[in-house]
Design a protein around this ligand. Structure first.
Ligand SMILES: C[S@@+](CC[C@H](N)C(=O)[O-])C[C@H]1O[C@@H](n2cnc3c(N)ncnc32)[C@H](O)[C@@H]1O
Ligand code: SF4
Ligand code: SF4
Length: 349
């Protein structure tokens, strides 16, 4: 029933002037430093829970029904479970709520809290097998947290990898090590500080083709393959600031995490403001912002998007059965001595 109502909302959003997807920053503080990231500030404050709650309510009242809570690192926020619970209660539960996290701070208590709060999905960002100072999100660092998720989580877990030279090189081994887990897999195309694609080469498109990935990218796979060989000519229309909203820690909306266009304080946002953002953006050619592209392409061609949309919803609505008996843990050997000095390579502890 919930699924049917959610699909109905999605169909309404094709035609109406309301937003569908909102990404909400709960803090820009982060426990890591990824060399490619422009979305964190060490020492940034936590946005107070009551402020976040009001932002969620405003977004839900405007029509948003898919929410991603992110940062910075959202698990650093002391009220993150409470916020998931509240977000799940909006729109009479006809919504999808995800967390995007590096998982370093995950604990059994947090997972149980998210189960109880009704979290729909956890996207865990992991890039490589071995950490380097610039790419700390590695299997070697988070595998105990992934086992914890496999053991306890009742929500689906998606492993998201940023496509870079290094992740490309390690990806076959990465997938082999994760094969025993019932997780799903996807990629973000590396983007620069303006949202433009930051990797080039046919080998990247071949990697995307070779691996079974969760269906979100199906919406713009052809565009991605073309962009990876330097062809940015296929037209599309960005719905950032309209169907997709990024709400920064100050509570201002942006077109996306990289482009601070269409800024309004979320509490003051009107349908007229949204309508004004329904326009082509100068940065569309070569844009690698996966979330915005997924929503924009899906709403632009609803018929061809029906298959992947149904698949995505099916995944989201599926509750995992935590496994009492886990398959053998992937063998991630201790780091070589030269890399084991915990001061440059953070671990989950
Ligand atoms: C900004 S992070 C915030 C959540 C959390 N700290 C994490 O890393 O998952 C959200 C997502 O953006 C991805 N990301 C960050 N910088 C990126 C970049 N330059 N290109 C592509 N994806 C990027 C991260 O890997 C992560 O999946
Ligand atoms: S963990 Fe996430 S927010 Fe932190 S630096 Fe890495 S990508 Fe950015
Ligand atoms: S086209 Fe849209 S999503 Fe892409 S960088 Fe520009 S504003 Fe952001």
């Amino acid at each position: 029933m919930r699924k049917a109502l959610f699909v109905l909302t999605g169909m309404k959003r094709i035609f109406d002037g309301r937003p569908l997807h909102a990404q909400l920053v709960v803090t820009y503080e982060c426990n890591l430093t990824c060399e490619y990231c422009h979305e964190f500030t060490h020492g940034a404050p936590m946005v107070p829970y009551e402020v976040l709650r009001r932002r969620v309510d405003t977004l839900a009242d405007l029509g948003a029904s898919a929410f991603d809570l992110l940062g910075g690192e959202p698990l650093l926020h002391p009220d993150i479970v409470r916020l998931v619970r509240h977000t799940k209660q909006t729109r009479r539960g006809v919504n999808l709520v995800s967390i995007i996290t590096n998982a370093f701070k995950l604990t059994p208590e947090l997972i149980d809290g998210f189960n109880d709060a009704g979290l729909d999905c956890m996207q865990v960002s992991v890039d490589t097998v071995d950490p380097t100072p610039g790419l700390p999100k590695s299997l070697r660092s988070v595998v105990p947290r992934l086992r914890m998720l496999a053991d306890r989580a009742r929500f689906p877990v998606k492993i998201q990898t940023v496509l870079t030279e290094e992740s490309w090189r390690q990806y076959a081994e990465f997938r082999t090590l994760l094969a025993p887990f019932d997780f799903e897999f996807g990629f973000s195309l590396l983007h620069d500080a303006d949202g433009k694609i930051g990797v080039q080469g046919k080998r990247f498109a071949e990697l995307l083709d070779r691996h079974e990935l969760f269906p979100g990218m199906a919406f713009f796979r052809k565009n991605a393959a073309e962009m990876l060989v330097g062809d940015f000519s296929r037209p599309w229309k960005c719905t950032g600031g309209f169907k997709y909203l990024y709400v920064n820690a100050d509570g201002r909306t942006q077109y996306c995490s990289q482009v601070p266009g269409g800024q309004h304080q979320v509490e003051d946002l009107t349908l007229e403001d949204l309508r004004r953002a329904d326009t082509h953006k100068p940065c569309e050619a070569g844009c690698a912002m996966g979330c915005v592209r997924t929503i924009s392409h899906a709403l632009a061609s609803p018929v061809s998007a029906l298959g992947p949309t149904a698949e995505i919803l099916g995944d989201f609505m599926r509750r995992r059965t935590p496994r009492a008996e886990l398959p053998p843990a992937p063998r991630v050997e201790p780091p070589p001595a030269s890399r084991s000095t915990g001061d440059v390579i953070p671990t989950t502890d």
